[in-house]
Design a binder for this molecule. Structure first.
Ligand SMILES: CC(C)(COP(=O)(O)OP(=O)(O)OC[C@H]1O[C@@H](n2cnc3c(N)ncnc32)[C@H](O)[C@@H]1OP(=O)(O)O)[C@@H](O)C(=O)NCCC(=O)NCCS
Length: 71
């Protein structure tokens, strides 16, 4: 399962909504026999990094680099 994007409206952030959404996605993905969930983020997004770590995400390859080909 590719978690493309997760966003909580600013006024509701820091209340556990993001963690609850990920826990529900984990439940849905397991129910659909997905082997894992993956998500991309940036070093300079502490909220996202903390959210993914807190909900059990494992940073498998710290060396990953993304390339984009503008067309
Ligand atoms: C990332 C995001 C979805 C987190 O949602 P949220 O509802 O605020 O997350 P939660 O309340 O469940 O908090 C999860 C953890 O992140 C931490 N956290 C939340 N905002 C934080 C911030 N600005 N800086 C550092 N940690 C933060 C919380 O403290 C909590 O950790 P803790 O329990 O150890 O204290 C939200 O900040 C957001 O919508 N950001 C803008 C969009 C974005 O960057 N999405 C991710 C793209 S990869």
């Amino acid at each position: 399962m590719f978690l493309y994007s997760i966003d909580v409206f600013p006024k509701f952030q820091g209340r556990g909504v993001g963690a609850a959404l990920i826990e529900e996605l984990k439940r849905l993905a397991a129910h659909r026999n997905c082997s894992e969930i993956f998500v991309l983020t940036n070093e300079n997004n502490p909220a996202a990094n903390r959210l993914y770590q807190k909900t059990g995400g494992i940073r498998e390859n710290p060396d990953d680099v993304m390339y984009v080909y503008p067309l």
